[in-house]
Design a protein around this ligand. Structure first.
Ligand SMILES: [Zn+2]
Length: 147
């Protein structure tokens, strides 16, 4: 799972990823090419950007809802997988091609993308604080026990 720094950088870089072409370019080293359901073209059509790491070479991320998927099989259909895991993604439910959006529609998409990002970051920060509080309580309890 992406940490806060990764989420930050993805959010700020992915404003360019409304472009199908740029998304497809990110799949230059993608292993699934011909005669399968998850070619770079289909991955890009489903909104995915390839963001591999050393340990996870097939991680992809939706530029819009920032969901991460990995463990791809040749028969996996990217659109279906995306829909299954993130049914309300604003990219999947977009009624027209990005190039046909009005400026107002584009800004409303960007507002939605920002909301998703902020929700994910605050979720991670809350989890971090919860852990911190648990540590403090644990240490206080053990100090009390030793009294
Ligand atoms: Zn998505």
């Amino acid at each position: 799972m992406a940490n806060i720094e990764v989420l930050n950088s993805r959010f700020s870089l992915y404003d360019k990823m409304y472009s199908h072409e740029l998304r497809e370019h990110s799949f230059a080293d993608w292993p699934f090419r011909a005669e399968c359901s998850c070619t770079p073209d289909k991955m890009a059509k489903a909104g995915f950007v390839h963001c591999p790491s050393e340990n996870e070479p097939d991680v992809v991320c939706c530029f819009f809802c920032l969901i991460e998927l990995e463990g791809w099989e040749p028969d996996d259909d990217p659109w279906t997988e995306h829909k299954k895991r993130s049914p309300n993604c604003g990219f999947l439910t977009m009624k027209k091609d990005f190039t046909e959006l009005t400026v107002a529609e584009f800004f409303s998409m960007e507002k939605e993308r920002l909301k998703i990002y902020l929700r994910k970051v605050s979720h991670k920060k809350m989890a971090y604080f919860r852990d911190e509080i648990d540590h403090i309580l644990e240490s206080l309890n053990s100090q009390l026990d030793s009294l």
